[in-house]
Structures are given as structure tokens and as C-alpha cells.
Design a protein around this ligand. Structure first.
Ligand code: BG6
Length: 507
């Protein structure tokens, strides 16, 4: 409240749309995502008074829990928040329910239908349902079928399905999965989630580009020399070896999160700010994107895997020593690559993508490097003239920066780069909501803008098909180079840029 009164930039915020009476059904309710992300996000929405009074969450999984077991487990997992907001938690916990359900068992699905009807009566939720599939990806298709066969997706305007990533494991599996889910309901009922789209700073790429008159005229091949998109993590594989071993960084981060940042950065101006105009532009630009060397993909991609590292006070295991990882694993924990986009705006401009685990810093950013001034009138104080850069800082330290040259102080006329920067925290005075807060609210509102459409997801998989095929058929051509934990990835990734006379931005 104080922030709204004292900070003029916050005036007018929180003019939220209203979520209709609603039952959110979470399949996979005993899993990690539910207690780490989904229930905390719903509790946040509850505390912000953005959930309707007629609201319930029905957790579903195979475990034979009761409503109280579910409430207690969630409370244990969120002990700090519950302690801080005890009264609110008591009220919120009263909206939580649980039903043991295995979507593969017909009788369970019938029982689910009966329980939902009972909850509708008890909580006055009027048959509005959002089904969240937080289950193993192998069950996305059969889960949708089970819901459709039980008639739970029949009402297009009242029922929706949210599907977690990964949506497919390659182009053809994504196509098949799309066919299955689209046979169960309308595309407008399907919400494919990518939590990066829930981040304020990722959405800000659109606002920065299209709300300001100065950027669009220079946002093209005439002014931009190259684009770097980075998502660096300090964490390792943690407890997720089972999933990660079959996925690797390319499927886990690049096909979805980095590709979404690429699409928003490179898309054309949509005619309107409506879900279909935006998603169509994103799909179009992804359809025009290609690996820099499609016929020889090993020339434009580098894979890496972290080995032991850290320091004596904080030693870090190598990926192959992590629990559950095959000691001879060739799964990549790092990928760097070069892409082109074959359209009028971007022809010839390289887009470099990189992501990795166990890097020295947690950092996601999009960096647009402009062409150098055509004539160098001044000596550069640092020796070599620099290029202007626009840095969109996705996380942490959310905001944006612009690097430009000024006169270095002192006699003479030498130039030196400085950084002008905008920070969400400093300007708006409070941290942004977690991505899942926004995305869960949007799914329940039925707003698909920040969810990926079938053609987008297919275009994203198709883009990486030559690499996925190479890894499958001739992995020796795309070796996994080791890099020491807490370093910036294998040297080969530096060479990828060095060949073009460039360097990765080192924050
Ligand atoms: C998930 C990946 O989608 O994104 C994880 O499966 C990764 O491996 C995570 O750690 C990164 O998300 P964020 O929001 O922490 O950048």
C-alpha cells in the first residue's frame, strides 16, 4: 500500500482481471512441482485477493492421501510462508482437497467426475475447471484422453487443460501429441506452459520493443550486428537425474525457454495485442529460423558436461558423479549454438544461444549488439572501439541496460563505454511475482497469450531436429566436452564466436 502512495510508477498497477469461480485440479499433486511452485503460487494469488471466493484446488495422485494429509504436506513444504501468514493459510487450506486418482484407471476417472460435481456444489464453482497435468510427460496424451472420455473436457468454455513441458521430445513426437490433445478438445482449451513466459522481464521484451518508438526502426539487420541469448545456472542436476539423463540441456532449456526468448526478441510487430496475433508472429519467426549450418550441424553447436570443480571450501561433483547419473553419461549440461533467421528483418544476423548448469553465475539475458559507428573519430580509452549494446536482463537483477560511449574524463577526446541501467526493483519497489503466479492466473482466466500454441511448439522442435538427429545417429560428431564446474563452459563454445571475431558477453 505504501509503495502505491509513494511510488508514482506503481500507480495504476494491479488492475487485475477477475477469475471466475473455479476448481483447479492438479494431477501429480504429490510431486515436486506442486509443493515447490503451484501451491505457493496459488497461495500468493489468494493473499493478493485475486482468487474468487468460490474456489477449490483438488490435488490428485496415486497416493491414498486424505484432504488433511494433502493440506498438511503442503503446509510442511511451505513452512516459512505458512508461519508468516498463518491466518491466511488457514483460510486458503480450507480450499484444498485431495482425491486418489490414477488417470489410467477408468473407475478412478469416474470417481473423479463424481468428486468434482460434489465440490462444485460444496464450493459453488459452477463446473469451471482447469486441469493441470503435472505428471510424467509420457502420460500427457493418455491423461487428456481419459479426461475427454469421461466427458470432462466437453464444455469448451468451462474446461481447460494445462500441460507442463516438455511437450514432446522431438518434432514428430510433438506432432503426435498435438494430434492426441487436439482430438480431446479445442486448441483454445489447451494451455502449454513455459514458465519463462511467466517472467515479467520476458514479457517486458514485448513492451520494450513495441511501446517505444525508438527501438523498432533500429531493431533489424541494418543496425544490429548479432544477438546473444544466455540462460546460465549455478545449480547442477540436483535430484532430477532420472528426467535429465533423457533430456539434456537442449531439450530441457533450449527448445523451450531460450527459444521463447528468441521468438519474442525476433518476431515481427503484431497487428494487435491479442493472443492469436502474438502467437502467430512467434510461430512465423520460429518457422523462419534455422541452424547456421543445417547440413553440418556440428559446425554451429557445442555441447558440454560439467566435471568436478568448485573450490576446497565448496567442492562440486562432476555430472557423472551425481546421484542417479550414468557414470559414462554423454548427456549435455551445456549447449551453445548459432542460428540465423531467414527473413527481411534478420537475414545474416547471427543469433547465439547458450545455456548451462554449474556455471559461475545465475543469469539470463538477451544482448543485442549494434553495428559499430561507421567512422571512428575518437580513440577508444580501452584500446578497441566498443559497440552499443542493449542488455535485457531477464534474471536476476531484472531490468535492462544500454551500453554506449561517452567522453572519458580528462584532456583529449577519448571515448569510453558506460552502462545506463533500469532495474525493476529500484523503479517499482517490490519484486515481481513468480512466473507461475501469472501463468496460473492466466490459465484460469482462459487467456492463452503466454502459452505456446501447437504450431509454435512444433516449429521450435523442428528447428533443432538436425541436432537431435545427429546426437541420436552420430553422437561422436557432436562430442560432449567436459568443463570444470563453476566455469563458463567448454573452450569450444568460445571458439564458436571467435570464428566470427566475437566473444560471449562476460557479465
Ligand atoms: C526448468 C528446467 O524448466 O527451468 C530446469 O527443467 C531449470 O532444469 C529451470 O533449472 C530454470 O528455471 P529458472 O526460472 O530458475 O531460470
Amino acid at each position: 500500500m505504501a509503495a502505491t502512495q509513494t511510488n508514482p510508477l506503481r500507480v495504476g498497477l494491479r488492475q487485475e482481471r477477475v477469475i471466475s469461480p473455479q476448481c483447479l485440479v492438479i494431477f501429480g499433486a504429490s510431486g515436486d512441482l506442486t509443493h515447490r511452485k503451484l501451491i505457493p503460487a496459488l497461495f500468493e494469488l489468494f493473499r493478493q485477493r485475486r482468487l474468487p471466493t468460490e474456489f477449490s484446488v483438488l490435488g490428485c495422485a496415486r497416493r491414498p492421501w486424505s484432504d488433511d494429509d494433502f493440506r498438511n504436506r503442503m503446509a510442511e513444504a511451505m513452512a516459512d510462508e505458512v508461519k508468516q501468514h498463518q491466518t491466511a493459510w488457514q483460510q486458503f487450506a480450507a480450499c484444498l482437497f485431495y482425491e486418489p486418482v490414477d488417470l489410467q484407471q477408468d473407475e478412478d476417472v469416474v470417481r473423479l467426475g463424481t468428486r468434482l460435481e460434489a465440490l462444485d456444489r460444496q464450493r459453488a464453482t459452477r463446473g469451471n475447471r482447469t486441469f493441470y497435468l503435472s505428471v510424467s510427460p509420457a502420460f500427457y496424451g493418455s491423461g487428456c484422453r481419459a479426461l475427454a472420455n469421461a466427458g470432462l473436457l466437453k464444455d469448451q468454455s468451462r474446461s481447460r487443460v494445462v500441460i507442463e513441458k516438455p511437450f514432446g521430445t522431438d518434432y514428430s513426437s510433438a506432432q503426435s501429441l498435438n494430434r492426441v490433445v487436439q482430438s480431446c478438445g479445442q486448441e483454445s482449451q489447451i494451455f502449454r506452459i513455459d514458465h519463462y513466459l511467466g517472467k515479467e522481464t520476458v514479457q517486458n521484451i514485448l513492451v520494450l520493443r513495441f511501446a517505444n518508438a525508438i527501438f523498432e526502426p533500429i531493431w533489424n539487420r541494418n543496425y544490429i550486428a548479432n544477438v546473444q541469448i544466455t540462460a546460465a545456472e549455478t545449480v547442477g542436476v540436483e535430484e532430477r537425474a532420472g528426467y535429465y539423463e533423457t533430456s539434456g540441456a537442449l531439450r530441457d532449456m533450449v527448445q523451450n525457454h531460450l527459444t521463447q526468448m528468441l521468438a519474442l526478441t525476433a518476431m515481427e510487430t503484431p497487428g494487435h495485442f491479442d493472443p492469436e496475433s502474438i502467437r502467430s508472429e512467434k510461430a512465423k519467426v520460429l518457422q523462419a529460423a534455422r541452424l547456421a549450418n543445417e547440413d553440418e550441424p556440428w559446425k554451429c553447436c557445442v555441447r558440454g558436461q560439467y566435471s568436478r570443480g568448485g573450490n576446497p571450501a565448496n567442492p562440486m561433483a562432476g555430472y557423472r558423479e551425481e546421484p542417479g547419473v550414468n557414470p559414462e553419461s554423454t548427456t549435455e549440461t551445456y549447449v551453445a549454438m548459432k542460428l540465423f533467421i531467414d527473413n527481411w528483418r534478420w537475414q545474416g544476423v547471427p543469433f547465439y544461444l547458450r545455456t548451462g548448469k554449474r556455471l559461475p553465475k545465475r543469469l539470463s539475458e538477451v544482448v543485442l549488439t549494434f553495428r559499430k559507428a561507421p567512422v571512428q573519430l575518437f580513440d577508444a580509452a580501452g584500446g578497441t572501439p566498443t559497440a552499443n549494446q542493449l542488455v535485457l536482463r531477464i534474471q536476476p537483477d531484472e531490468g535492462a541496460g544500454f551500453v554506449f560511449d561517452v567522453k572519458a574524463p580528462g584532456s583529449g577526446m577519448r571515448s569510453r563505454p558506460v552502462d545506463m541501467h533500469f532495474s525493476y526493483d529500484e523503479s517499482f519497489g517490490e519484486p515481481s511475482d513468480e512466473g507461475y503466479v501469472r501463468l496460473l492466473a492466466d490459465a484460469m482466466l482462459g487467456d492463452p497469450t503466454l502459452f505456446t500454441r501447437s504450431d509454435e511448439v512444433e516449429a521450435a522442435w523442428r528447428l533443432y531436429t538436425p541436432l537431435l538427429e545427429l546426437i541420436e545417429d552420430a553422437p561422436q560428431q557432436l562430442p560432449v566436452y567436459p568443463y570444470e564446474a563453476r566455469t563458463w563452459g567448454p573452450g569450444a563454445a568460445d571458439n564458436l564466436l571467435a570464428e566470427d571475431g566475437l566473444m560471449w558477453r562476460r557479465p
